[in-house]
Design a protein around this ligand. Structure first.
Ligand SMILES: [Zn+2]
Ligand SMILES: [Zn+2]
Ligand SMILES: [Zn+2]
Ligand SMILES: [Zn+2]
Length: 452
């Protein structure tokens, strides 16, 4: 469809309109990779080597097996990778990025080199224990373990020891000799491409697309992303051809997922003019692109000001309430205030305002690691009785968290269900060898007070 030298088609060009009507689904607005990939390769983002900034603050260094540790470029956009000669785990797009990573990598390179590569899935757990023990003592242990966890492995048997052949389409999955003809599902191949391209895009553009739509829209929200974008696609301050590609669309859905969860569970209620949202168990990534929260104004026109209070022990700092930079919403400027409280919610609650709605994204209520810390917070939330939305990365997590809430006596407004406004940017599951992916806010449930 697009050829080198031709101008990029815009969203309202006839071929794009046809593509949108034929290919956009709730799971993938404009995903067809054969269309956006040639465009991406020709654009700045994801192309070439060594030109992008390092992706530092939010993401794990080692996450993607066939990408540069520093800038996340990989074979998908034609970047040839060199591997660290000593450990053969770290990969780079160029010598400059290898040098840039060395101050961090030098603490763990020798240890990584000394670890046996698991030869099969059965080996994996035993190797993981050994890797944890060996890497834990290092100052950069966490980073090193991520690199080890995400080293290239056969997508079928988990073999990391023998030579691997990469899928030449996505460059995300690889196969050992015995499985070189294994079926590689088209959906997971697409997801791997999208994941890698999104990381490349962050590298070039510095931040994901986290923007709100401009014009007001009356509730009810449509049933999913396809209908949402049919209604609002011309409504973002981004060149149309950018939004016509899979990666920007996926990043946009991820950014809008949080505000649209708020809208979903408040649109049928009498909302106050000053809306207070508590984000419980918050971490740094949730603070990215605060202006995306203005999306709430577009759907709940009665709301004049928004106060979002982020609370969680994993936040980097305490921050008193401040006003986020203003942007126009169809002529008027409505203020967004936000604060950060680095503490457990049950310890911090008395310092916060009374919430209209509470959100806990990927809290892992069911995880034995976090259960004890969640118990007093859940009791407090159920006693106070504000609507509380809990999300998980996949169906199993959604169901397990709902079970915890039921056990604690919660009254359900909505049981765990596939969230129609989940983020569509995929993240590969470590255990799944790039065959499984999870998504931000994939499953959600809503409770309000205690069942009688
Ligand atoms: Zn690089
Ligand atoms: Zn190394
Ligand atoms: Zn294999
Ligand atoms: Zn593939």
């Amino acid at each position: 469809m697009a050829h080198p030298g031709q101008p990029m088609p815009t969203l309202d060009s006839p071929e794009m309109l046809l593509l949108r009507s034929e290919c956009a689904t709730d799971d993938a607005p404009w995903l067809p990779s054969d269309v956006w990939l040639p465009q991406a390769k020709r654009g700045a983002w994801g192309g070439g080597a060594g030109t992008g900034a390092a992706i530092e603050p939010v993401f794990n260094a080692g996450r993607l097996p066939f990408c540069c540790v520093v800038c996340k470029r990989g074979g998908l956009t034609g970047t040839k990778l060199i591997q660290c000669g000593r450990c053969k785990v770290a990969r780079y797009c160029c010598k400059a990025h290898a040098r840039a990573h060395w101050p961090a990598h030098k603490h763990c390179c020798a240890a990584l080199a000394g670890l046996a590569k698991p030869a099969a899935e059965a080996d994996w757990r035993a190797s993981l224990v050994a890797a944890r023990l060996a890497l834990r003592r290092l100052p950069e242990g966490d980073d090193a373990l991520q690199s080890w966890l995400h080293q290239p492995r056969c997508a079928v048997c988990g073999d990391a020891a023998s030579p691997l052949k990469r899928c030449q389409r996505c460059h995300g999955a690889a196969f050992c000799d015995r499985h070189r003809d294994a079926a590689h599902e088209r959906a997971s191949c697409d997801a791997a491409m999208l994941e890698i391209a999104c990381f490349g895009m962050i590298s070039d553009m510095g931040a994901p697309l986290t923007i709100a739509s401009r014009s007001p829209a009356r509730a009810p929200l449509p049933g999913g992303w396809k209908a949402y974008f049919d209604m609002k696609i011309w409504d973002f301050e981004v060149p149309a051809y950018i939004l016509s590609m899979g990666p920007p669309a996926a990043m946009l859905t991820e950014g809008l997922s949080l505000p649209l969860l708020v809208v979903r569970f408040l649109e049928r209620r009498d909302v106050p003019a000053s809306l207070v949202v508590h984000v419980v168990g918050a971490a740094a990534p949730e603070l990215v692109g605060l202006h995306r929260l203005r999306e709430i104004f577009a759907w709940l026109p009665r709301v004049d000001e928004l106060r979002v209070q982020f609370v969680g022990p994993d936040l980097a700092r305490d921050r008193a309430e401040a006003r986020a930079p203003d942007e126009r919403d169809g002529g008027s400027v409505k203020p967004v205030f936000f604060s950060e409280t680095r503490a457990y919610y049950h310890d911090a609650r008395r310092r916060l305002r009374t919430p209209t709605i509470v959100l806990a994204q990927h809290g892992g209520l069911h995880d034995p690691l976090f259960a004890a810390a969640w118990a007093p917070t859940l009791d407090l939330l159920l006693d106070e009785g504000a609507p509380c939305v809990f999300t998980g990365y996949n169906e199993a997590e959604g169901a397990a968290d709902a079970a915890v809430l039921r056990e604690r006596g919660a009254k359900f407004v909505a049981d765990a269900h596939l969230n129609p406004f989940r983020g569509l940017r995929p993240y590969s599951e470590v255990a799944g060898c790039a065959a499984e992916f999870y998504h931000v806010n994939a499953y959600a449930c809503c409770v309000e007070g205690r069942a009688q």
